[in-house]
Design a protein around this ligand. Structure first.
Ligand code: HBI
Length: 361
């Protein structure tokens, strides 16, 4: 029997997304990816430091906060957009810091979906594991990612196969998942109130309006949680659906979020774009909450239709309404079980840890 010697502990430098301070909600699912990965790898004896924009706060996790102007979000730009950075860019300042301290680490974990980190990769002296957090957005960024995928094989991580297929170099990507949840953080609920949930950045690509339309059609209260990233978009939804039974609870930290989420009959996921993963789906499952999602992108690889929720025709409000009527068919303990096994933080930690060992090795 081959008892492999325990692998050495790694010194890992995580580079944050530059679109918002960690903890602000502007970083979307990447905030949970970073927090859960750091905690899981620390529990395995690895050393983690995080470089992030000023104002970032993830509780106990050590944060190197960097000043500078936030980066424009990629998904709001055209495919043919030039590479842009603001004056005094926090992205460049973060990577200058990483260059200065790189000798203290074994590996960098990059979570920025931006041109610069991929361009800088050959200038660094240590492996960089790139976590690509979205599907294809801007051709110039795609080209920079492809360059690294070719010159540094195995260093491009994506959440799902569907997301990889939005890139011409899908076969050069490693599917590593988007996050994993610690079941102990989420309280299972078997007796929900008659309410639905919607979680996410309030921004056009998330198509909250479809969930609001379904709430208006069914008359079931929709609890909305997440950062208002596009205020005009949020106000338009409220104007277009004045009578929908919705309640906005704000951007909540995980403990408060799961207290509101667990008490819902189901969660609606209505991505207009190809959602790379959908961390909120595994948070719902951890609470025992079935997920009704458009059959598109990450959620279609997370939800088992008819078992942990329902996958419906993309962009079909009617499809959402029909699935809402079927929620009682789902055994909520099946949802919880999926979060305790396939989508657990420990299972995901194994995938990421072995990815890092391959790159450091
Ligand atoms: N846009 N330019 C840019 N860089 C990012 O890192 C980035 C983004 N848009 C969204 C985003 N990251 C996160 O919300 C991911 O979770 C998708």
């Amino acid at each position: 029997m081959n008892i492999s010697s325990p692998q050495p502990s790694l010194k890992i430098l995580i580079l944050s997304t530059p679109v918002g301070a960690l903890g602000s909600g502007l970083g979307g699912g990447v905030e949970l990816t970073i927090a859960n990965l750091a905690r899981e790898l620390q529990s395995r004896g690895h050393r983690i430091d995080i470089i992030a924009p000023m104002g970032s706060d993830l509780g106990d996790l050590s944060m190197i906060q960097i000043p500078g102007e936030l980066q424009l979000t990629a998904q709001t730009q055209e495919n043919a957009a030039s590479i842009v950075m603001p004056g005094n860019p926090v992205l460049a300042n973060m990577w200058a810091k990483a260059r200065a301290i790189q000798a203290d680490y074994d590996i960098i974990f990059n979570t920025a979906f931006d041109w610069l980190p991929f361009y800088l990769t050959p200038f660094f002296d240590l492996p960089i594991a790139h976590f690509v957090s979205m599907g294809s957005q801007i051709a110039a960024i795609d080209a920079a990612i492809e360059g690294v995928a070719i010159d540094f094989p195995g260093t491009i991580g994506v959440c799902t196969r569907t997301q990889a297929e939005t890139f011409s170099f899908a076969d050069l990507c490693c599917v590593v998942g988007g996050s994993g949840v610690d079941p102990a953080v989420y309280q299972y609920c078997d007796t929900p109130a008659d309410a639905l949930a919607w979680l996410g950045r309030i921004s056009p690509e998330k198509a909250l309006e479809d969930a609001v339309a379904a709430a208006e059609r069914t008359g079931i209260k929709l609890k909305i949680m997440g950062k208002i990233q596009d205020l005009a978009y949020w106000e338009k939804i409220q104007c277009d659906y004045p009578h929908a039974p919705i309640e906005y609870l704000g951007f909540l930290p995980t403990h408060e979020l799961q207290q509101a989420l667990r008490n819902c009959r189901g969660m609606l996921m209505t991505p207009r774009w190809i959602e790379a993963f959908g961390n909120v789906a595994i948070e719902a499952l951890a609470c025992g909450v079935p997920v009704i999602a458009y059959r598109r992108g990450g959620p279609a690889e997370i939800i088992t239709d008819g078992k942990t929720g329902f996958l419906v025709e993309p962009d079909s409000v009617e499809g959402l309404v029909v699935a809402i009527d079927r929620l009682d068919e789902i055994d909520r303990s099946d949802c919880r079980h999926a979060a305790e096994t396939v989508f657990s933080q420990a299972a995901w930690g194994n995938v990421i840890e072995s990815w890092f060992y391959r790159l450091v090795g």
